[in-house]
Design a protein around this ligand. Structure first.
Ligand SMILES: [Zn+2]
Length: 218
């Protein structure tokens, strides 16, 4: 059955482009075409997808309230916001953020983790990050009415990671679409399970994805 998927480009508020990677590309500029390609792949899988790459609001908090309201009006079943990390030049790895009290969002984040392990087995996993009020990304994760995750595939401050993922945008889009489709399929009641996605609900819970640690990367 067709589901409604909200794909949000992080830092879509006027004047906020986010971090800039070592190629000089901002988070917003990197993620906008990636969001659109991910949407195409999900539409090919017969889902209804909306991409947001411009947010209203004069500051971070009002923009987060605005996008949460848009996602609610759209009646999305699931929402993600695309980013990349930035810290020191050697920081590396992918991580996925979810609201700490939301089990379905934690499972969504774990589906991204599982998909990245499959698509990018050579890259480092930093695990899932359970986000509480006041942590980075907390407003998006807390205010969305549906399961939600923030995607941090790599560190734009790392020359090698920037080059690796810049050359693999299509694989990134496929990893994102695969994760969302896996999660949606695992969300189905057991008596309607899709034989093409048998046991996906189990594979979306890799033990190694569970990490209690938080980090300060932005
Ligand atoms: Zn960001």
């Amino acid at each position: 059955m067709s589901k409604k998927i909200a794909i949000c480009v992080g830092h879509s508020r006027f004047g906020d482009t986010g971090a800039v990677n070592t190629d000089g590309v901002s988070e917003w500029a990197f993620n906008k075409p990636l969001a659109e390609r991910t949407a195409e792949l999900l539409r090919d899988a017969k889902h209804d997808v909306k991409v947001w790459s411009e947010y209203s609001g004069s500051g971070y908090s009002s923009a987060m309230s605005w996008i949460a309201e848009q996602i609610r009006e759209y009646n999305a079943d699931v929402a993600v916001e695309l980013h990349f990390n930035s810290a020191g030049p050697t920081a590396n790895g992918y991580e996925f953020l979810h609201w700490h009290r939301a089990g379905r969002s934690a499972r969504l984040a774990s589906c991204f983790h599982f998909s990245f392990k499959k698509f990018f087995p050579e890259r480092k996993s930093r695990g899932l990050k359970a986000i509480s009020s006041g942590d980075r990304g907390s407003a998006f994760l807390q205010r969305t009415h549906c399961p939600a995750a923030i995607l941090e595939p790599y560190f734009g401050s790392n020359v090698e990671e920037t080059a690796f993922y810049s050359a693999r945008r299509e694989e990134l889009a496929r990893a994102y679409a695969d994760a969302i489709i896996s999660w949606l399929s695992a969300e189905k009641p057991l008596n309607q399970s899709n034989p093409n996605h048998r046991n996906k609900s189990l594979t979306c819970f890799p033990k190694s994805a569970r990490s209690p640690k938080r980090n300060k990367a932005s």
